[in-house]
Design a protein around this ligand. Structure first.
Ligand code: GDP
Length: 527
């Protein structure tokens, strides 16, 4: 057992980066990994090019990244802290995956393109994080380009997201006129594109440079001092309690591409970002309790399952967020859903570009368990006798549906295997026609189907034929109220993977028509 679990847990910083595509998430992640010594040169985390996000990119990105899909979790040490960055897929069709990952972090970093401000995907993801009540940090990126006024960007946080922004540093100029950052938190000026030795300039007690510095002769310097004064008088003041619950966001400026301001951000981040907090759990008697992160009992939940991370090994990994205690190789745990006891001999952590066997993982860390089919997304596991179950992960009701069959009837085996595994991963949802048992897939976005098809072929050598059913409104019906005769082409009757019946209505109109015809039947939007 670890000597001082409390101290170890306090070192953890586990977060995800949320942003709209192209805001610079990949570029920043790469810079952070550089500081963490995980990669040695930029370009290792292959950025997807702007524009269309094609299906083939999905796998190509993962391949070219080198750190591969393991980049789902990136772990490194920085200034005595252990950082875990959980990657979230950028495309909105994979929002389900992203939302689940956001349940496994202790904070979020929101990257905003300073020329574009808050974009739709950022707003959506922000809402999810906000609901969790965890700290949110903001990085205003692309300062090397002409962007919007910094004051304007801060105001937008409040206007569009309803969160107070508190500036930790402030740009001195922008675009071609970018001179540096006025670093409020560190009481210094950081020069843009300066040699390391001349990078930082001291500020006097009044927050000014000494008069003989050439920067003081430039008008942008006076403008910046004017802004700083305005921030002092009218801006928000840093309030740790507000930050902790996500009512205030510390704002950092920088340019990830030119590696400016990212390390300054990281330094502050490890200081003020939270270490793992307690989690609410349900006990065997249905009582709720807060399970402290440094409780000796090991407990965690599966937030992601990924098959074939390494096609050569055909493995399947369940990602577990440790919420309390310490993970040790060979630990015996109980799977709360089934009560089954499992010895965890084979686990991996995600330090650096290699997957390595777990040495010491504690609350806040993520471990990958080699899985032979024991785990499902959302599963809780725990050591010892006391049963603990974590909150359910959010479930999405699919809106798009496809009928799917194997092209080659001789290859049913690989078809079924691929289907089963990808469904367990949560890549798509599986339904079956109530009468014919035909497979029907459900997804939130079209791209999920395309990736499914691509992966079936590449990972399971199974060519699938997909017939679009189109957009449908899914409604569950109680088994006792079901009469198969209620089904028609406008409300297709299917069953989900728990064999629960539901109708896929052609549209809202068909749903209303049904409700009028069967007023006593209760329909539910979720299982
Ligand atoms: P993601 O989609 O959020 O992961 O964004 P990327 O990191 O892939 O960046 C999208 C594009 O913006 C790429 O062409 C980057 O080179 C570029 N980019 C990222 N950060 C900056 C920056 O600070 N300044 C400029 N000018 N471009 C940037």
């Amino acid at each position: 057992m670890m000597q001082n679990l409390t101290n170890e847990v306090a070192k953890r910083r586990t977060f995800a980066i949320i942003s709209h595509p192209d805001a610079g998430k990949t570029t920043i992640t790469e810079q952070l990994l550089l500081f963490g010594g995980v990669i040695r040169e930029a370009g290792t985390v292959k950025a997807k090019k702007s524009g269309h996000f094609a299906t083939s990119d999905w796998m190509d990105i993962e391949k070219k990244r080198g750190i591969s899909v393991t980049s789902s979790v990136m772990q490194f040490e920085y200034q005595g802290k252990r950082i875990n960055i959980l990657d979230t897929p950028g495309h909105e069709d994979f929002s389900e995956d992203t939302y689940r990952t956001l349940m496994a972090v202790d904070a979020a970093v929101m990257v905003i393109d300073s020329a574009k401000g808050i974009e739709p995907q950022t707003k959506k993801l922000f809402k999810v994080v906000k609901k969790r009540g965890i700290p949110i940090f903001t990085f205003m990126n692309k300062l090397d380009r002409d962007g919007r006024e910094p004051l304007d960007l801060i105001a937008e946080l409040e206007d569009l997201l309803g969160i107070e922004g508190v500036a930790m540093n402030w740009p001195i100029g922008m675009g071609k006129g970018l001179k540096g950052l006025y670093d409020i938190a560190n009481h210094r000026i950081e020069l843009y594109r300066a040699e390391a030795a001349d990078k930082y300039l001291e500020l006097d007690e009044d927050g000014r440079l000494s008069e003989d510095n050439p920067l003081t002769k430039e008008s942008i310097y006076d403008d910046t001092l004017g802004d700083i004064e305005l921030l002092h008088e009218a801006g928000n003041t840093f309030d740790a309690a507000k930050v902790a619950v996500g009512d205030q966001t510390p704002v950092f400026f920088g340019s990830a591409l030119t590696n400016f301001g990212v390390e300054t951000f990281l330094e502050q981040y490890v200081k003020i970002a939270p270490s793992p907090d307690s989690h609410e759990v349900t006990l065997a008697n249905d009582d709720k309790e807060e399970l402290a992160a440094d409780d000796e009992q090991f407990a965690g939940f599966v937030f992601k399952i990924q098959a074939n991370m390494n096609p050569a090994h055909r493995d399947r990994i369940a990602f577990v967020r440790i919420c309390s205690g310490e993970f040790e190789k060979g630990i015996d745990v109980t799977l709360a859903r089934t009560g089954k006891s499992i010895r965890l001999n084979n686990a991996t952590e995600f330090m650096s570009s290699e997957r390595v066997q777990v040495s010491n993982a504690v609350a806040g860390d993520i471990v990958g368990l080699y899985d032979t089919g024991n785990f499902q997304i959302g599963d809780s596991i725990y050591s010892g006798k006391r049963k603990v179950e974590f909150q359910e992960l959010p479930q999405f009701t699919p809106e798009l549906f496809m009928q799917v069959t194997a092209k080659n009837v001789m290859k049913q085996k690989s078809f079924h295997k691929g289907m089963q595994q990808l469904v367990q991963e949560g890549a798509v949802q599986l339904y079956r026609n109530y009468q014919t048992d035909d497979y029907i897939l459900g997804a939130v976005g079209q791209l999920q189907f395309e990736v499914f098809q691509y992966r079936m072929l590449n990972e399971y050598n199974s060519e699938v034929v997909m017939t679009p059913i189109g957009s449908r409104v899914a409604r569950w019906i109680d088994q006792s109220q079901l009469d198969p005769k209620m089904s028609s082409s406008r409300n297709l009757l299917v069953k989900d993977r728990f064999d629960q019946p539901l109708f896929l209505f052609e549209n809202q109109f068909a749903l209303r028509w049904f409700a009028d015809k069967y007023p006593d039947v209760q329909l539910h939007a979720k299982l």
